[in-house]
Design a protein around this ligand. Structure first.
Ligand code: HEC
Ligand code: HEC
Ligand code: HEC
Ligand code: HEC
Length: 194
């Protein structure tokens, strides 16, 4: 083992006979840029709304529902897209796991929410995952755009002003009070709304 390692090290250490050092450095540099660029482009693509809608529009409603809310059109023209509020879920992870179990990955993946009935049946479970996530990170995604510090409470409705000044001290988090801001609420029995 040690001998093998030593030989391997020697190969790595020896200057290349075929290519100049300059060529190798440049080559590595360019390959790095191409790889990094491709990686980032792929990552960015998964953050676009088109990507999410590709799966989420056809039979289910998150997008249609969003269109009727203030986060789609408002007086100031600032839009929230899917990934602003949702970290892209780990679907690659899910695919990888399911690959082991079944070859019908795609069938399985799409079939969980591919009809309005199935979507409704699953809505509460999915919503709960999102609530848990936002609760755990103190509604980080909301706070990327909304900050208590920058809110002019005097411009807010009496209800909002009251809730927000108490939330400030009681450190409640946005999602405790603002469920269903972007989509229809699921069936809510047993959920305590603040
Ligand atoms: C390959 C298809 C596909 C793509 C692309 C996709 N989703 Fe999903 N998504 C699903 C499926 C299927 C489920 C239901 C998972 C289940 O049955 O547990 C789901 C569930 C969800 C949920 C519910 C919470 C959860 O963890 O189950 C959210 C939120 C969500 N997707 C948001 C997004 C966003 C945002 C994007 C874009 C960044 C996106 N999805 C892209 C297929 C997709
Ligand atoms: C990409 C930025 C962005 C993100 C992310 C975002 N919002 Fe907003 N939100 C806005 C804008 C812009 C408005 C409209 C402001 C206006 O016109 O006064 C708004 C309006 C609202 C309103 C007012 C609703 C009404 O009817 O007046 C509430 C409540 C709200 N957001 C809560 C949230 C919560 C909770 C989250 C996290 C789940 C969130 N927002 C995430 C940008 C964002
Ligand atoms: C303790 C509960 C509570 C918490 C926590 C809370 N809100 Fe609110 N918020 C309210 C209530 C109640 C209203 C008034 C709703 C109404 O009148 O329909 C409101 C209204 C708003 C409005 C609209 C203001 C207006 O006057 O039009 C925005 C924007 C908003 N909240 C954003 C947030 C964000 C972002 C967070 C987290 C940083 C947050 N809220 C945390 C209870 C809360
Ligand atoms: C302004 C923030 C916001 C935006 C923008 C947003 N969502 Fe959501 N989404 C939420 C919240 C919060 C929940 C948790 C359930 C609830 O309170 O309605 C949720 C829940 C979901 C669920 C679970 C099922 C359900 O209806 O509860 C899916 C799927 C989903 N979102 C997909 C999307 C897709 C796809 C987009 C883009 C077309 C999108 N969301 C845009 C905030 C947002």
């Amino acid at each position: 083992m040690k001998r093998w390692l030593a030989r391997y090290w020697n190969v790595l250490r020896r200057p290349s006979v075929h290519f100049s050092l300059g060529f190798l450095t440049l080559g590595g540099f360019i390959a790095g840029i191409i790889f990094w660029g491709g990686f980032n482009t792929a990552l960015e693509a998964t953050n676009t709304e088109q990507f999410c809608i590709g799966c989420h529009e056809m039979y289910s409603h998150p997008y249609q529902e969003l269109k009727d809310t203030i986060h789609y059109t408002n007086r100031s023209g600032v839009r929230a897209v899917c990934s602003d509020c949702h970290v892209p879920h780990e679907w690659t992870h899910k695919i990888a796991r399911k690959m082991e179990a079944s070859k019908e990955v795609w069938g399985w993946l799409f079939n969980t929410i591919d009809t309005p009935e199935k979507f409704e049946a699953k809505r509460r479970t999915m919503a709960e995952r999102e609530w848990r996530r936002l609760k755990a990170n103190d509604s980080l995604e909301c706070r990327n755009c909304h900050q208590f510090d920058s809110m002019d409470f005097t411009l807010q409705s009496a209800r909002a002003k009251q809730a927000h000044s108490t939330a400030l001290v009681a450190d409640g988090t946005c999602i405790d009070c603002h469920k269903g801001i972007a989509h229809k609420l699921p069936e809510m029995s047993g959920v305590r709304l603040r």
